[in-house]
Design a protein around this ligand. Structure first.
Ligand SMILES: [Zn+2]
Length: 283
């Protein structure tokens, strides 16, 4: 098993290496995964937090002058901040989806704006950018054709749940549409997530993701069949299956997930309500 020890580069395949950043947590699992794709020419996917040791591990593993690109899956703070320092050290081109959401407050100039379908061509590989909004409006997944590997950023994770937070540009309708799109990519053989280990059964993983969201939606509808409820009440009712309830940090996140589901259901004309604090009801 390749190592998930922070800052220890490990080879996942002939073309892919991984360096886990030392920022473990409730939302980040073992830490942010930084991937190095290619050997002669290297694309760094998600440079991670701006920690000196992490930058050192990445630049050291890639042999500095071989880093040609720094690619961002999205602009949440556990994924992009090391980009500037790596660019300064290596001269790499920093690339991401063109539009940064205002809420992310990203002070980073892009050298290259990526759109859906754009490719990064190294001597040994081609990476295709896939626009997958939902977790974040500017979220990209990257597909490595040579190894049929899909880098999913925070769109699909291993061990932690993808948060769809409407207050940060999260959108459940877009999220599910993006998941469906990934499910239709028949060529994917493995998923390299932004947090957690590689997953070798993409179809099962994506099916499970969709099933989980549909189940939540049904639970919310059942909950509201009993009468109007606030999001905080719904969270308590929905997450009773966890033995000690949810850890504090996750209660808020769970509330945002429920809110995201409610907004989707509202768009479909199935529920009525506004905001995080007032009551929602079935239509
Ligand atoms: Zn994120």
């Amino acid at each position: 098993m390749p190592s998930m020890t922070p800052e220890v580069p490990s080879a996942l395949s002939p073309l892919i290496r991984r360096v886990v950043a030392n920022n473990p947590g409730l939302m980040t699992g073992p830490g942010t995964n930084t991937y190095l794709v290619g050997i002669d020419e290297v694309a760094v996917i998600d440079p991670g937090p701006d920690m000196a040791k992490h930058v050192e591990s990445i630049v050291g593993a890639a042999m500095r002058d071989r880093v040609k690109w720094v690619l961002l899956t999205h602009t949440h703070p556990d994924h992009w901040p090391a980009a500037e320092r790596i660019r300064k050290r290596t001269g790499a081109v920093v690339a991401a989806f063109a539009k940064f959401p205002k809420a992310d407050e990203v002070k980073l100039a892009l050298d290259l704006e990526l759109a859906d379908g754009d490719t990064i061509d190294g001597t040994e590989f081609r990476l295709e950018a896939l626009h997958t909004p939902g977790h974040a409006p500017n979220h990209l997944c990257f597909f490595l054709d040579e190894e049929r590997a899909l880098f999913t950023g925070d769109h699909v994770l291993n061990g932690t749940t993808t948060v769809i937070n409407p207050q940060r540009g999260g959108d459940m309708v877009q999220y599910l549409a993006s998941l469906e799109r990934l499910r239709k990519l028949k060529r994917v053989a493995r998923i390299c997530p932004g947090h957690g280990d590689v997953m070798d059964d993409p179809t099962a993983v994506l099916d499970e993701y969709v099933a989980h969201r549909k189940q939540r939606e049904r639970q919310i509808m059942r909950q509201l069949a009993k009468g109007p409820a606030k999001i905080s009440d719904m969270v308590v009712a929905l997450y009773v299956d966890t033995p000690e309830g949810l850890p504090d940090g996750l209660v808020e996140m769970a509330g945002r997930q429920v809110h995201a589901h409610l907004l989707k259901l509202k768009g479909e004309g199935k529920v009525a309500g506004t905001g995080a604090k007032s009551a929602w009801s079935r239509v």
